[in-house]
Design a protein around this ligand. Structure first.
Ligand code: FE2
Length: 361
């Protein structure tokens, strides 16, 4: 720990001790990453100096605090994401049915998502860092909707098509409401019989959606989102472009998001590993053109990813280099034993080519 004048604290430094104003009121808790706008607040409260952690004491909490301070931007508004989350939760918690009203509400949310995505010139999907396993299905449904729309916009689908694509993508797993929960959340490997039962969520989903006023092409997403391009998927074993376009899009979005998140039976893979695995599967499982389109909007090393360089330094990804996605701008932590004042420094790996990322955490 070291005492530092408020004016000398760099954003992202971790506050090592609870900070109180001269009136004894707690201003900020220890472990929080310092942000620029704290300076006037601290000065106003009479705080001249604070204790900040030295770099060698970087803990997981510290790294997480820095991540929070990075203000990672979502591609859709927080309010829209939470509307979508609550609506899909309500819809899936109903007993084995979906109403026209549910479809209409989801359609409206999808329209908001489309507007927000179209407002951005260059959208890159940012995975949220914190997700609960319990709410996995709802968060996953929303993410698949957003990812499918990103691909659909790049493929120049018109607004009606985008609305059908987004609605069907959000509801792609709706058939799971017919499958016993203990199978969906089983932490160990499913038996052959159990897997056959789980596979039926595609058929159930299609049946449920066809009883509503949803467009046929949206309902087909529920039926065909587990088909694989080489014909080895289910439920019909369709191959190539016989798989409907929307289902080919959602297949990529579904697998990417599932691999990126903790499940009851599996820890999530790190972003660079997911990126490599999914592009590797590309030839067999996915439509290559859709895969390429998707890859343009995904960061190999998203902002906030913990990294280890070939030099042995640890750090965190700060910004992307659009032309060199493998070489982002990173904040590197100074090793504790190098008794220097600077806790970290920033490096553009596309310029400093001696250093490169060898591992993520
Ligand atoms: Fe599914």
């Amino acid at each position: 720990m070291q005492k530092t004048l408020i004016s000398g604290v760099s954003p992202g430094s971790i506050i090592a001790q609870d900070v109180y104003g001269t009136d004894g009121v707690l201003l900020i808790k220890k472990g929080t990453a310092f942000r620029e706008h704290y300076t006037p607040r601290f000065k106003e409260a009479g705080v001249q100096e604070i204790l900040i952690e030295e770099n060698g004491e970087m803990s997981t909490n510290t790294i997480n605090a820095i991540r929070k301070s990075l203000n990672i931007q979502d591609v859709i508004h927080e309010k829209t994401r939470s509307h979508a989350h609550n609506q899909i939760k309500k819809t899936m918690m109903k007993f084995k049915s979906v109403s026209r009203n549910d479809i209409q509400k989801i359609g409206q949310i999808v329209e908001d998502m489309i507007e927000q995505l179209l407002d951005q010139k260059d959208f890159v999907f940012a995975l949220s860092q914190l997700r609960s396993v319990d709410d996995y299905t709802y968060q996953h449904s929303v993410n698949v909707g957003v990812l499918a729309l990103i691909i659909g916009i790049d493929l120049m689908l018109d607004k009606d098509q985008l609305r059908h694509l987004g609605t069907g993508a959000i509801l792609h797993d709706i058939g799971k409401i017919m499958i016993p929960e203990e199978l969906i959340k089983k932490p160990s490997k499913l038996t052959i019989d159990e897997f056959s039962e789980v596979k039926k969520h595609t058929l159930y989903g299609y049946e449920i959606l066809m009883q509503t006023n949803i467009a046929e092409e949206a309902a087909q997403i529920a039926l065909h989102h587990h088909e694989k391009y080489d014909g080895t998927g289910y439920c019909w074993g369709l191959r190539n472009t016989n798989i409907p376009l929307f289902a080919r899009i959602v297949a990529v979005a579904d697998v990417y998001d599932a691999m990126s998140n903790d499940r009851v039976y599996k820890r999530r893979s790190l972003p660079d590993k997911v990126f490599r695995e999914i592009t590797h599967l590309g030839d067999k499982h996915f439509d290559a053109h859709i895969m390429e389109t998707f890859a343009k909007h995904i960061n190999i090393y998203p902002t906030g990813t913990g990294i280890i360089l070939n030099s042995g330094h640890r750090g965190i990804v700060l910004h992307q280099n659009k032309l060199y996605p493998e070489s982002p701008i990173v904040r590197v932590f100074t090793p504790k034993e190098q008794n220097v004042k600077r806790l970290y420094f920033d490096v553009d790996l596309s310029i400093n080519t001696k250093w490169f990322i060898i591992q993520t955490y």
